[in-house]
Design a protein around this ligand. Structure first.
Ligand SMILES: N[C@@H](CCC(=O)N[C@@H](CS)C(=O)NCC(=O)O)C(=O)O
Length: 297
């Protein structure tokens, strides 16, 4: 393993090779190759939608969307949410890779059709569900373009917040000033983009709550509230007043409150519902039923 505290500058070799020990906190799951590591089928429940996920910002987008659809009475959105413990490598099972060859949560299987449809990438899942049920994605061309622009803005921007800023600020084995500066600057620029937009309209895509809000809120709403990487003060998030107003409003929605609990394995136990197989699971959930050992991420 390279001594990252040494002062000698790192000179990249001619050809990169995999040094697993240098992978830091995620060394046991990060690999330079794709595909399954072991044979295991995914479980299948009774509902039309089978979700394989974890309560991270990317996972929460989909459980919020499903809860919003159910709140509107779309029973076709009934779902089983199965927990995928990524830190234990469950995204590399043959079953999971069959639903998402990219081995990342969330992954959805729509079993309401004769040949089940797989959907991966949270943005694609939101769009698929919005089109299937005809809600949260405007049909008028200009409004639809605005909504999809913000949905894809989120998909392109969040890796700089999570994989860039979050990784180097919170997880990297050493604090690298250059990397933290570079990604803090970009995250603050993104927050300003969103803040200016939310000064103009109540929701990201305009007057209506859409999949753009559902995608952006778990990442940027949380950041505005100082909940990502304990970096609220560092990023001076208090200045993004319009994002804070919008984040607080969305947090009040009952479907959002339910959705954010599903597949969640960190934080207060009364906010965790490790798996969801029935609408009643939210009511019958008790701390006794929760298995804290499952929450090791
Ligand atoms: N662009 C993807 C990102 C998904 C993603 O990064 N998922 C993470 C958890 S938030 C994951 O499954 N990581 C496991 C791994 O990298 O092995 C999406 O939005 O669905």
């Amino acid at each position: 393993m390279t001594d990252t505290t040494a002062t000698t500058p790192y000179v990249p070799p001619k050809v990169w090779t995999w040094d697993q020990a240098s992978g830091g906190r995620f060394a046991n799951i990060n690999r330079p190759i794709a595909g399954a590591t072991h044979d295991k089928d995914l479980p299948r429940g009774k509902h039309p939608m089978q979700l394989y996920s974890l309560g991270t910002p990317n996972g929460v987008k989909v459980t919020i969307m499903l809860e919003e659809l159910l709140a509107l009475g779309h029973t076709g959105a009934e779902y089983d949410a199965w927990l995928i413990r990524i830190i234990e490598g469950e995204q590399f099972s043959s079953g999971f890779v069959g639903v998402n060859p990219n081995s990342k949560i969330p992954a959805l299987l729509d079993c309401s059709v004769s040949e089940p449809v797989r959907v991966f990438e949270s943005g694609a899942i939101l769009m698929y569900l919005a089109e299937k049920f005809g809600v949260f994605l405007p049909t008028e061309p200009a409004q639809r373009a605005e909504c999809l622009s913000w949905l894809f803005w989120q998909m392109g921007s969040a890796p700089f917040l999570g994989g860039g800023f979050g990784h180097f600020y919170a997880y990297a084995p050493t604090k690298i000033e250059y990397a933290i500066n570079r990604f803090a600057m970009e995250v603050k620029r993104q927050m300003d983009v969103l803040n200016r937009r939310l000064a103009e309209s109540p929701y990201v895509a305009g007057e209506e709550y859409t999949v753009a809000d559902i995608a952006i809120w778990p990442w940027y709403g949380a950041t505005a509230k100082g909940l990502t990487y304990e970096a609220g003060e560092f990023l001076n998030v208090a200045e993004y007043t319009h994002v804070i107003r919008w984040a607080d409003e969305i947090a009040k929605r009952p479907a959002v409150q339910r959705g954010r609990m599903v597949n969640r394995v960190v934080g207060p136990l009364d906010q965790q519902l490790h798996e969801r197989h029935d609408a009643g699971d939210f009511d019958t959930r008790t701390q006794d039923k929760l298995d804290p050992a499952a929450g090791a991420v």
